[in-house]
Design a protein. Structure first.
Length: 334
């Protein structure tokens, strides 16, 4: 660092400010320092900086699966938001969702030296009595009920479901069937609760819940069951991928969308507008979820504190061509 300062004609403190990315350095001075670094082959020692500052500028991310759209888009948003703040992420996938595997993931993150942890997984895997957290590292949980123990950031699942169901009821459908996600998923539970509460609040019959596993294949299987219910004119599906499977099943059984059955999905994946017909769906703001996760994590790191409570990110309904009034409604025409 002294050599860089001598070549650039600045103080070692200025070199330190430039290498750490601090503001307040004149641009021409910053350019001279960076040029001197390149000429001398100087690279800041991140390990030494971490020892001095007590910060690693690293956020650990633990998640159960990379295969779902929600997890992938949330992870991408977290990585992007962290990079804007000068942080990198270390990813620890949990292949099998058990307490032992989660405990092992936290242990590995502790060994890798992270400033904070973002966990994208269900609350039953985060039992504070058995999971060993990295000492002093704040934790932010995505998609969970753990707000009494951690900082939680989640999409407003119930409100999104309410918007979907109310849209179908406003079109004139007598009730709305539901293809839900896995029974042990908090997101699926939240969406199912919103569906059920909206129907009950409107005095409508509540059909039995059909459970898929988030995949288009499971949506197809549940769609065959929906198609067999001849009085079903509307279905709310807990994610867009399953909605694609439901559409296929209905088509194969001769029930047109939306003429015979209207469909609303959840997620608003980039392909939703290219479904046939284009899918009406609930939009999740994954970028905002990622931004708030990183903001909470860094706020805790910078203040040396631990936050609790739940932050809900709003959703909104995107209306496309997969929904319409029921075929016996006069608004439909011939």
């Amino acid at each position: 660092m002294a050599d860089v300062a001598r070549v650039a004609g600045v103080s070692p403190q200025t070199v330190s400010r430039v290498s750490n990315g601090y503001p307040g350095v004149v641009e021409s001075t910053r350019d001279r320092v960076l040029t001197a670094m390149r000429e001398l082959g100087y690279r800041p020692n991140s390990a030494a900086r971490a020892l001095k500052s007590g910060r690693f500028r690293m956020i650990g991310v633990i998640l159960f699966t990379l295969s779902t759209t929600g997890n992938m888009r949330t992870l991408d948003a977290i990585a992007t938001s962290a990079a804007r703040e000068g942080y990198a992420i270390t990813l620890i996938p949990v292949a099998v969702p058990t307490q032992d595997s989660v405990r092992g993931a936290f242990t590995r993150l502790g060994e890798l030296a992270v400033d904070a942890v973002v966990a994208i997984m269900e609350v039953h895997l985060l039992d504070a009595a058995t999971v060993s957290l990295p000492p002093g590292a704040p934790v932010v949980v995505v998609d969970s009920k753990a707000g009494d123990r951690y900082s939680v950031v989640d999409t407003d699942q119930a409100e999104g479901a309410r918007q979907a169901v109310q849209h179908l009821l406003d079109l004139g459908h007598r009730t709305v069937w539901h293809v839900a996600g896995p029974e042990d998923s908090f997101a699926a539970q939240g969406r199912a609760d919103g569906w059920r509460t909206t129907l009950k609040g409107s005095g409508r019959e509540v059909p039995p819940v059909l459970h898929g596993d988030w995949s288009a294949e499971s949506g197809y299987e549940m769609g065959l069951r929906v198609a067999a219910e001849r009085d079903c004119t509307a279905v709310f599906v807990a994610n867009d991928q399953m909605a694609l499977g439901v559409q296929r099943a209905l088509h194969e059984q001769g029930r047109a969308v939306p003429r015979d059955v209207s469909i609303v999905g959840f997620d608003d994946i980039p392909e939703a507008g290219s479904y046939m017909p284009p899918l009406t769906t609930v939009h999740q703001d994954f970028d905002e979820v990622g931004r708030r996760c990183v903001a909470s994590a860094l706020r805790q790191v910078q203040t040396d504190s631990h936050e609790r409570g739940t932050t809900l990110v709003p959703t909104w309904l995107v209306v496309r061509n997969s929904t319409a009034p029921p075929s016996d409604d006069p608004l439909r025409g011939s």
